[in-house]
Design a protein. Sequence first.
Length: 306
Amino acid sequence: MVNRSTVAGTTGLPYVGRFAPSPTGPLHAGSLVAALASWLDARAHGGRWLLRIEDVDTPRCVPGMAQHIAAQLAACGLVPDAPPWLQSTRSDAYSAALQQLRERGLAYECGCTRRDIDIALQGVGQVHQRHEERIYPGTCRLGLQGKPARAVRLLTLQHGHDAVIDWQDRRLGALRQNVTREVGDFVLRRADGLWAYQLAVVVDDAAQGITHVVRGEDLADNTPRQMLLQQSLGLPAPAYLHTPLVLAVDGQKLSKQNGAQSLETGDPLASLQSAAGALGLRLPEAKHRGQWLSAAVAAWRDRWIR
Ligand code: GLU
C-alpha cells in the first residue's frame, strides 16, 4: 500500500517537545545543537520541553551519565519542565506494544543470524557491504522453520504491498521512503532481549504526548520506520524537524566516538553561541545567558515559525 499521509504534526494539541539523548557519553557540540533546537522550538511555541533518557541499550550506557547530561543542559539554561523520563523503566509499555503488533499479525519472530541473512541476500544476488545495514529479506515471515527464535521484527508489508511512507520534514521538505525495500522488516526486540530504539522511541513519543520532534539530521532516515510503527500501533505522528549536523574537522559526523570535545570545561554561553551558529541563527553577543536565550527564542521564531 502506498501510504500518502503527509504529516504536518498533531495539530490542535498543546505543544510538547523533547530532547532524547542516549547516556553513552557527555553532551558534545553536536548533541547540544539538537538540544538547543528542540528547546528553542518548544519555547517559541509556548510549549513544554521534556528530557527523555534513552537508556535501553544498557551495555552502552555509562553509569551517572544521565545526571551528567542533565547538569550540562542546566548549565546552558536548558531545564526540562518535568523530571527526566527513563526508558529503562518502560519495559512493560514496550511489551504491551509488541503484543499488540503480534496480535495484529504485524510482528513476527525471527531466527536468523547475521550469517543466515548474508546467505539469503547472496541467494537473491545482493552482496552485503561492510558497514551497510542489512536489508532483511523476510526469511522468517512464514515461520521459524525449526530455528530457535532470536529477534522480533515488524512486518513492513501492508496487505501484501511495500510500505511506502511520504512525509514532510519542516527543514528538509517532502521525503519518501519505501521501508520494505530500503530497510526491510526491522527489529523491534533484539536477539539479546533488549528493546530496539525504533519501538521505544515511538511508544514513548506517544506516551509523553510529543507533538513536535526536533533532532539531528542523522536520525532523519529513521523517521519513516517510526511513522510506519505509529500507523501499525494506531498512534499519532508528531511533526518532525531535523537539524543540520555539526561536522568534525575531518568532515566526519561529530560524535562521542571521534572525540568530540565535551562541554564540561567550556563556557556555556560560547557553546550556545556556536550551536546557534550551526542552526543558522545570527545572534549578537550577550552578557547574560538569560538575555541570550530570549534573543535566541525570538530569532528561532522568525526563522522557523511564521
Ligand atoms: N537517543 C537518540 C540519540 O541519542 C535520539 C533519539 C531521538 O531523538 O529520536 O541519538
